[in-house]
Design a protein around this ligand. Structure first.
Ligand SMILES: Cc1cc2nc3c(=O)[nH]c(=O)nc-3n(C[C@H](O)[C@H](O)[C@H](O)COP(=O)(O)OP(=O)(O)OC[C@H]3O[C@@H](n4cnc5c(N)ncnc54)[C@H](O)[C@@H]3O)c2cc1C
Length: 371
């Protein structure tokens, strides 16, 4: 996006990519259909140590700007849920569109180009295995640490450090959580069972699906909350949002038995999860107080994860180049004129649902318009 915007303004642009093709993350994104933006994108959908930083770039390149480009290329798309826009066909459509736009804007693309060293004299000099590039400006768009097997590296952070820029300690975000051994043995044979829950932690909450995996918990609600989780914090899960699971017991004619309780839980939760959860949380007595306590627990099931599945499985890297170092308007470094950092390398991380791409497009456009 940065190359396109800069190329359109007649800048001479070289895109250096160490992989054998561009945009590998685009291709694997959104289950192969690329959730390329979210029509409800707001600054509140991002984590950053400076919550105001992303506002300017997001306001100047909006989801509508991106969908206009998608429509110009006649790419069919649809809204899946919660404002998330996906390709009807394949993520290849989005990558093809960006490649075509780069070509029209005259940007040159160099694949299989590993950067060995970057120096700055009056200009930037980028050394690769068999070439040297000289430029008055250098844009670092090398992403975060997620999914090393498709080429993620710490290059962006290393380069930022080389130029004296501060880094906010990165951590894996939008990542499945691993349960402690005891909870794993209690719940993980229910792999594949899912339920709509509210997951909350650190003052944030998300109402979406939770999925039990063979090592812990995943699904959108858990991925979302994982970005806010820090070991050894606890996560609370409301297993039955808005439902009074024990309401039936207020009728004095209702028998106060485990069978009745199970059948009430099964009306809201998948049968296996309802039964298993009650196996481990059966009321200690059939008093009103014990039932009220059970009700409370079901709406705030406390889980203390052992950890996350790490960068191998994380959709995104939180933290990164400190936003204090950059102009919010252009993404240019305050300390090193001509050095720009964009996308996931910067300490701006989106929620699940197309926000990370929208940040990549918006921050790319902001830099491209300033080069
Ligand atoms: C499985 C998965 C699914 C996702 N799905 C979605 C989704 O549907 N919607 C959404 O909004 N976000 C999604 N994301 C997140 C999104 O892909 C990223 O936030 C986004 O791609 C970040 O863009 P970027 O340009 O900053 O970095 P990247 O897309 O990571 O691009 C960085 C590029 O730099 C190259 N590079 C790295 N190091 C070097 C180096 N040393 N020299 C040269 N080149 C280098 C890489 O090969 C890569 O091509 C998903 C992520 C993953 C892992």
């Amino acid at each position: 996006m940065c190359a396109i915007e800069a190329g359109k303004r007649q800048r001479r642009v070289a895109v250096l990519e160490h992989a054998d093709r561009l945009g590998k993350k685009i291709l694997i994104s959104g289950g192969g259909r690329c959730n390329f933006t979210n029509i409800h994108c707001q600054p509140e959908n991002f984590l950053s140590s400076n919550p105001h930083f992303a506002k300017s770039a997001l306001a100047r390149f909006t989801p509508t700007d991106f969908t206009a480009l998608v429509e110009k290329h006649h790419i069919p798309y649809h809204e899946k849920t919660l404002g998330q826009l996906f390709c009807d066909r394949s993520a290849r459509d989005i990558l093809g569109m960006l490649e075509q736009e780069c070509q029209s804007a005259g940007a040159s693309i160099f694949l299989n180009t590993r950067i060995q060293e970057v120096n700055r004299t009056e200009e930037f000099v980028v050394h690769t295995a068999n070439a040297e590039f000289h430029a008055p400006a250098l844009v670092v768009a090398t992403g975060g640490l997620s999914i090393p097997k498709i080429g993620a590296t710490s290059f962006g952070y290393d380069l930022a450090r080389q130029f004296g820029l501060k880094i906010r300690q990165p951590w894996p975000g939008l990542v499945p959580l691993v349960l402690e051994a005891e909870d794993r043995s209690r719940y993980c044979d229910l792999t594949g069972v899912s339920a709509e829950v509210i997951a909350s932690c650190d003052g944030q909450q998300f109402r979406e699906k939770m999925l039990i995996t063979h090592r812990g918990l995943s699904g959108p609600a858990i991925l979302q909350i994982s970005s806010y989780w820090n070991k050894p914090q606890q996560i609370n899960i409301d297993l039955a949002p808005g439902t009074d699971l024990t309401a039936i017991f207020r009728d004095p004619k209702t028998p106060r038995t485990l069978t009745t309780l199970r059948s009430e839980f099964r009306k809201t939760l998948p049968v296996r999860l309802a039964d298993r959860w009650l196996d481990h949380h059966a009321p200690t007595a059939w008093t009103n107080a014990a039932l009220a306590n059970l009700e409370r627990q079901a709406h705030a099931w406390a889980i203390t994860p052992a950890g996350t599945e790490g960068y191998e499985k994380a959709e995104v890297t939180c933290g990164g180049v400190d936003t204090d170092e950059l102009s919010a308007k252009t993404m240019e470094s305050h300390k090193v004129p001509g050095l720009f950092l964009i996308g996931e390398a910067v300490d701006v991380t989106g929620h699940l649902g197309g926000f990370n791409f929208q940040w990549a497009w918006a921050s790319g456009a902001a830099a491209g318009r300033a080069l």
